[in-house]
Design a protein around this ligand. Structure first.
Ligand code: SAM
Length: 328
């Protein structure tokens, strides 16, 4: 088991497939992009599947492929197929910006993918260009529709609200998502951007989002025990069955129930999104480590997991890697 000293068990592995992305969302990356990881440092498909297999042998039951933009990984469909062949088979999902999803959704579904999360912060084309610095809204919408058609459901939508940019879109986004049958979740902006431009004072908080939604919808909390270790608190909208989630990572941290662990595209295990230390599984593997050695390293990494991400601590330091290089 991947147990930590606070009694939490990691069962949900987030695997970054690449640090590269084809968008440049202002709260994530600078316009010019970043210095990408050198090719030889990236895990090969075989290495990646092997590490996921070791994690599954230690009790991981859910695998989320992310990045960077995971659809940019050439071997994605085959990786999904191979991870789906592990015993016991983990549940598999992808977090994507949706670009290219329209084309690949049927193949992903056929390979055994269960679901997708698609990121979308605005329904307005010009705003999309302002936020993501690329004119790709139509591709994202087409990707979501194709995912739903392929049965990669429920299609969950992740939205980040930015003050003065799209914070008036909470209600329109929810109305639209309910109409399309997508599950919308708002994520508080976190201090994980490469530019270090996050400012708590201007962050749109979970309370604000709920207040805005509450002006147009009747929100009833979904019974507490349904949340479990899920990051999103959920509300039934207008009596249900539609619902909306809010991931208040900063103002409503859920570290006490965290069941996540992360593997970066260059083979570093991170016990927290905000961890400042990593366990170098790639070097160990390339130096001949056995599966038992790798399992021991994974367990040791989890034993060092801190009780919380510490954003509110006076001494909080943003991790050296930005979200795109960790795997969001
Ligand atoms: N490229 C994929 C995508 O767009 O979903 C996967 C990686 S992306 C880093 C994963 C999620 O992290 C997206 O929903 C994105 O909006 C979110 N994200 C990125 N930077 C963030 C930040 N500073 N605070 C909160 N969420 C952030």
């Amino acid at each position: 088991m991947l147990l930590d000293t606070f009694g939490r068990v990691a069962t949900d592995l987030r695997v970054s497939l690449t640090d590269k992305c084809n968008l440049r969302c202002s709260y994530c990356m600078p316009p010019e992009g970043l210095e990408w990881l050198p090719g030889p440092e990236l895990l090969t498909d075989d290495e990646l599947v092997r590490l996921v297999g070791v994690a599954v042998s230690l009790g991981v039951t859910e695998v989320r492929f992310t990045g960077g933009e995971p659809l940019l990984r050439r071997g994605l469909v085959s990786i999904v197929e191979r991870v789906g062949a592990l015993d016991p088979r983990p549940k598999m999902s992808v977090t994507t910006n949706g670009i290219g999803l329209a084309k690949v959704a049927p193949a992903l579904a056929a390979a055994g993918l269960d679901r997708v999360n698609v990121s979308l912060d605005t329904l307005d084309r010009e705003r999309f260009v302002t936020i993501a610095r690329r004119d790709r809204l139509a591709d994202v919408l087409a990707g979501m529709a194709a995912a739903a058609d392929a049965g990669l459901t429920p299609v969950k939508i992740n939205a980040v609200l930015l003050r003065g940019v799209n914070d008036d879109e909470a209600v329109p986004l929810l109305r639209w998502a309910l109409g399309e049958g997508y599950r919308l979740r708002f994520i508080e902006q976190m201090p994980l951007d490469a530019q270090h431009g996050w400012d708590r004072a201007t962050m749109v908080t979970a309370d604000e989002i709920l207040a805005r939604l509450g002006e147009s919808f009747d929100l009833a909390p979904v019974a507490g025990d349904e949340r479990g270790s899920a990051p999103a608190e959920e509300w039934l909208v207008d009596g249900g069955p539609g619902r909306v989630g809010v991931i208040g990572s900063v103002t409503r941290p859920f570290c006490g129930a965290c069941d996540r662990v992360r593997l970066t595209a260059d083979g570093q295990l991170r016990n927290c999104l905000f961890a400042r230390e990593e366990s170098d599984l790639r070097s160990a593997m390339r130096a001949g480590a056995t599966d038992d050695d790798l399992a021991a390293r994974m367990k040791a990494s989890l034993l060092a997991k801190l009780p919380g991400h510490g954003i509110d601590d006076p001494g909080f330091l943003q991790p050296a890697r930005p979200m795109s290089a960790i795997g969001g």
